[in-house]
Design a protein around this ligand. Structure first.
Ligand code: ATP
Ligand code: MG
Length: 249
């Protein structure tokens, strides 16, 4: 039995009010412990799709189902959504405080996740003292410190420089190897999509629909050397070509 839930999207469609359709019959299977990368042009409905999977928005039609263990979900939003009046430390431990679990069980989590995300020196800073990338790393630390079994990530690394982004991609896979959550990862970076995923789903525009699904057979564990492999470069090439087809459609 998987330790992480499988998610199944069955013909999800969405329109806001009487506006034009935003999503058109999106069907996707995410196996327990798999990471699916979702790429597509701006405005094609990626964030909307993630919100529907999270139950934050109702679909107009279609269904999201899960099997296996009950999903314990964390959502990393496109913008960092930190409390401005709380320090980095307090922002990281906020969900633990809200859950009113025993303090001993989360004492030290801010230090541990702050260290993993390179925030040790910033633990007592307020969000206004942080760069965009640092805010994002606090948001990631907050989500992962809850040990979710389902992780929804909406462009979490978009605000980071390339080196930090690569490092956090590697860190994320190391954490995944240990905790094996199921992941839906929205990104505009083809390299990131290929590095992180078991499968890449390309969403086309107007309305958002599944335009292509690319299986990613790159073996795990993946590390910096993976980015030099021929198979990685082939997948980046194929994904880029499919994305160009969508953008020029
Ligand atoms: N609450 C809302 N009410 C009305 N329209 C909305 C709402 N949320 C999103 N939309 C529309 O749905 C479409 C898809 O938006 P969404 O944010 O899902 O795109 P996206 O693929 O995440 O784009 P980006 O890559 O720029 O983040 C857009 O046309 C947007 O205007
Ligand atoms: Mg978005």
């Amino acid at each position: 039995m998987d330790e992480a839930p499988s998610i199944s999207l069955d013909r999800i469609s969405k329109r806001f009010g009487d506006g034009p359709p935003v999503l058109d019959e999106i069907s996707l299977q995410v196996g327990g412990g798999q990471i699916i990368a979702v790429v597509g042009p701006s405005g094609c409905g990626k964030s909307t799709l993630l919100r529907i999977v999270a139950g934050l928005l109702p679909a107009s039609s279609g269904e999201v189902r899960h099997s296996g263990p009950e999903p314990d979900m964390a959502f990393i939003f496109q913008d960092a959504t930190l409390l401005p009046w709380a320090t980095v430390r307090d922002n990281i431990i906020l969900p633990h405080r809200l859950r009113k679990v025993d303090r001993q069980s989360w004492d030290g989590l801010a230090e541990e996740w702050g260290r993993r995300m390179g925030l040790t020196k910033a633990l007592d800073f307020y969000p206004r003292q942080l760069s965009g990338g640092m805010k994002m790393r606090v948001s990631i630390a907050r989500a992962l410190s809850c040990f979710p079994n389902l992780l929804l990530l909406d462009e979490p690394f978009g605000a980071l420089d390339a080196i930090t982004r690569n490092r956090l991609n590697e860190e994320l896979l190391e954490l995944h190897a240990k905790a094996r959550w199921t992941g839906l990862f929205v990104t505009h970076s083809v390299n990131e999509a290929v590095f992180l995923s078991h499968r890449i789903v390309i969403i086309g525009n107007n309305p958002g629909h599944v335009s292509a699904v690319i299986e990613n057979p790159l073996p795990f564990p993946r590390n910096a050397h993976t980015r030099e492999s021929l198979e990685y470069l082939r997948l980046v090439g194929e994904t880029t070509a499919r994305l160009h087809e969508v953008l020029s459609a």
